[in-house]
Design a protein around this ligand. Structure first.
Ligand code: ATP
Length: 503
């Protein structure tokens, strides 16, 4: 697992997808830059989302609100008071942990232990093996299972101010059951606000304290009525937005999974009070379908319904994805009630209500939100696509099997040799195709090596121009995933590529 993740990170760097920010100054922790290929992949994911959410729904429109917002926004949203992470320090190692993440790590380790014991027993007993029976008769393993169940039940209480002492006790107990940190000397758990502060204005005394937005959603809420009126939107309708968000994550790690500056793709769907449950279910289903449409394997997704709810939510579920380090949240679907709009009404003194002509009355709409991290989606796609294949001749090849619609470069055009007029024909094909697709020209090295390079880069097609091309105007098209090659007419290339890369 760790090895696979290391490969993902080094591949992302080597092939120009993701670099550490400010690398020449030894980097900035949990901040990353997207390089020549990464920026294309990221843009393609964003476009794929935008198309599905905005273009394909006639009742959803877009928005691009500013990152800076009036500071009262964050009082109304609850972020000033409740946007906290519980932290705990280990006094011996001087390491700081996010308490909830640490507990998750303990649980994962205990689960692995149980799995190992179960597998061992299954091997020993063969066909007669019964997992439930084994667990119920094997005290030691059962002990772990009970511990996990107990923890999950207690975590359900949420890591609020009132149970920080419980959380500390729990971590101490877990460290004994399953040592992770190697020491048992912990500080108390403290809460830490995640928003980045900055100042607006030149002179120190007149400057206004601002926050960099920790989520894009609030830009949508404060514009709700403007969009509804000018767009003459009828409920139910949605507003979608993509953009940067900033969180001073304490334990930022796992590459681009948890960053301090990241991008969100959010959609707030405004509905009539009383219909939110239906819409919540509908959006859960719709969003899962969107993920499955990329063909990255049904088994890699699962829902996680929250019993521990954020201050604004009535119901919440995550779509989890199987990252190289296990199943983790990729997207959240939240039923936010009228919490946000009502809070903004209260703090701004302005009405944020919708007049429903059918009902002949005004109300504050309820909101169902879908919220996905673009960078996290990038990591899901990238890590899932990176495979090493054993070939028949006992060699291996590294392939980045990106869904064609998301691949940064759709086709590489390769002259077989750098002479005899082949480069000119290849460049002419590039000139023709570049109006429709991002394509590249490559003439360096033997053609086999160029194929491997494009495989590792994620390019779905290689198009090779050889001496016969000069006679028959046909080229060889090679498919990345199957390595199949066919001879096709140059004039058919556009349609062949289009079929694969169009949504
Ligand atoms: P987590 O529990 O992982 O911190 P969250 O529940 O706080 O996430 P939300 O506030 O619901 O996340 O944000 C919605 C989405 O934004 C998440 O599903 C995730 O994809 C993305 N996201 C949140 N925080 C980060 C981050 N620090 N870096 C990258 N993506 C993030």
């Amino acid at each position: 697992q760790d090895d696979q993740f290391k490969k993902v990170i080094s591949h992302a760097k080597e092939y120009g997808y993701v670099f550490q920010s400010s690398e020449i100054y030894d980097g900035l922790s949990a901040v990353y830059d997207y390089a020549q290929n990464g920026v294309e992949l990221k843009k393609n994911i964003r476009d794929y989302w935008w198309k599905a959410m905005v273009q394909m729904h006639d009742n959803i429109v877009g928005l691009d609100a500013a990152i800076f917002m009036h500071p009262t926004t964050w009082k109304a949203s609850g972020h000033v008071d409740a946007f906290n992470d519980p932290l705990i320090d280990n006094k011996d190692s001087k390491k700081r942990y996010r308490a909830d993440v640490l507990i998750e790590d303990y649980c994962a380790k205990i689960e692995t232990k149980i799995e190992k014991e179960v597998n061992k027993a299954a091997k020993r007993f063969g066909e007669a093996f019964n997992k439930e029976e084994f667990l119920s008769t094997n005290g030691r393993v059962l002990g772990y299972q009970e511990k996990i169940d107990g923890i999950l039940a207690r975590m359900g209480k949420s890591l609020g101010e009132e149970n920080l002492a419980d959380v500390k006790a729990l971590i101490e107990e877990l460290e004994i059951a399953c040592p992770l940190s190697g020491s048992r000397n912990w500080t108390d758990v403290k809460q830490f606000n995640l928003m980045f502060g900055t100042k607006l204005g030149a002179s120190a005394d007149s400057a206004m304290d601002l926050y960099l937005r920790p989520e894009t959603a609030q830009g949508i809420f404060v514009n709700f009525l403007n969009v509804q009126k000018t767009g003459r939107m009828k409920i139910p309708f949605g507003i979608a937005q993509t953009g940067k968000a900033f969180r001073n994550e304490i334990v930022a790690r796992q590459f681009i999974f948890r960053m301090r500056e990241f991008e969100q793709m959010e959609m707030q769907f405004f509905v009539k009070p009383g219909t939110q449950k239906e819409w919540y279910e509908k959006w859960k289903e719709t969003r899962l379908k969107w993920h499955l449409s990329l063909g990255m394997g049904e088994d890699n997704y699962r829902f996680h319904d929250h019993d521990k709810l954020a201050h604004y939510a009535e119901a919440a579920a995550d779509i989890e994805f199987k990252f190289p380090f296990g199943f983790k949240e990729l997207e959240g679907i939240h039923s936010r009630t009228d919490f946000d709009l009502s809070q903004h009404e209260k703090h701004s003194g302005k009405k944020l209500q919708y007049f429903d002509h059918e009902e002949n009355k005004s109300y504050v709409p309820y909101v169902v939100e879908t919220s996905i991290g673009l960078d996290r989606m990038f990591l899901a796609v990238f890590s899932n696509s990176l495979v090493e294949e054993e070939l028949e001749n006992n060699t291996t090849r590294t392939v980045l099997k990106l869904p064609a619609v998301l691949a940064p470069v759709k086709a590489a055009i390769l002259p077989l040799v750098k002479k005899d007029g082949l480069p000119e024909v290849a460049r002419k094909i590039v000139e023709d195709l570049k109006w429709d697709f991002n394509v590249t020209y490559d003439e360096k090295d033997a053609v086999g090596r160029r194929y491997r390079r494009q495989d590792a880069n994620g390019t779905p097609f290689c198009i090779t121009v050889d001496h016969d091309t000069l006679e028959d105007h046909m080229v060889t098209i090679r498919h990345r995933d199957t390595m199949e090659q066919n001879r096709v007419k140059i004039e058919d290339l556009r349609n062949i590529i289009k079929q694969e890369v169009d949504v």
